[in-house]
Design a protein around this ligand. Structure first.
Ligand SMILES: [Zn+2]
Length: 295
């Protein structure tokens, strides 16, 4: 039947005419559209490559052995039903957030504690009843132990961001890498106790481009590492405007069911404190609840 129909169709002369139309259409409309689409996707790909902060893959661990060392959540998370293959990042975060339909935000503050910014961040978190994760530096805990203690007393968790944050020391060798982590761990545990600490590491500068050797070595000392998949952009300069931070949060959390949000607890981050209430309110308005990265 089908074949007969085709023959009839051709005999009536529709096909050549149709073919000509298709060619015309392609040359005059389709081809320019195709060229524009290719150019745009090229730009989009290049943009993605140059802004890894928006890349899903930069958060979490690409090494399954590290993820397997995590305790299984109870009950076991239901895989997402949106056809997106779970990445290791998603598995890691899902292990902590993770039930279908639930939106979880993990506020993380790097580089503290400080004497001037930490107490104000803690005030906001208390006021808003939110628990967060502080990726502290050993040297800063050494300088401001009371701030580290207060954070833990108020239900927050301290994670590891190295002792010095000095790339020359942290990334000099595997030995110095371990030294930086262990030195900081010892200090933090001696200051706040085991309960307030979690063996989660964040690479100074992020894990992108850091040697695989270091990433794999973390499991030897029972660590996993976590980057971020959302941010307020407060590292992009001094006193980043509150409106800019909110725009960054909206853009980078858009469409996510779990957002690990990078912010900073350094001495110059006054506007981070100023933006924090609105950041929390915005995330709540989008249906997010808050958790820490405590393992
Ligand atoms: Zn840092």
């Amino acid at each position: 039947m089908r074949k007969n129909y085709k023959v009839t169709y051709t005999r009536k002369g529709y096909k050549p005419k149709k073919k000509l139309d298709v060619e015309k259409f392609f040359m005059h409309i389709g081809l320019p559209i195709l060229i524009i689409a290719v150019l745009f996707s090229g730009v989009a790909i290049a943009k993605n490559m140059s802004t890894p902060k928006y890349d899903e893959t930069i958060i979490g661990s690409p090494y399954s052995e590290q993820l397997l060392s995590l305790p299984a959540p109870t009950p076991t998370p239901v895989p997402r039903d949106d056809g997106v293959a779970p990445s290791f990042e998603a598995e890691y975060v899902q292990a902590y957030n993770g039930y279908e339909g639930e939106k979880i935000a993990y506020l993380t503050f790097d580089d503290g504690p400080t004497s001037n910014i930490t107490p104000r961040i803690l005030d906001v978190l208390k006021e808003k009843d939110v628990k967060a994760t502080f990726f502290v530096l050993g040297k800063m805990v050494e300088a401001y132990p009371e701030m580290a203690k207060r954070a833990v007393q108020e239900g927050h968790v301290l994670a590891n961001h190295s002792y010095s944050h000095d790339y020359k020391s942290v990334y000099d060798s595997k030995e110095s890498f371990f030294d930086e982590i262990k030195r900081s761990e010892e200090l933090v545990i001696n200051t706040v106790g085991e309960e307030g600490y979690t063996r989660v590491f964040r690479f100074p500068g992020g894990s992108a481009g850091k040697p695989d050797e270091y990433k794999l070595a973390l499991s030897e000392i029972d660590y996993v590492y976590v980057d971020w998949n959302a941010l307020n952009g407060d590292a992009e300069g001094h006193n980043v405007a509150v409106s800019t931070q909110l725009a960054n949060i909206k853009e980078t959390t858009n469409g996510r069911s779990s957002a690990v949000i990078l912010m900073h607890d350094a001495a110059t981050k006054d506007t981070t404190v100023a933006a924090l209430p609105q950041i929390i309110d915005y995330l709540r308005s989008q249906g997010f609840t808050f958790k820490t990265l405590k393992r």
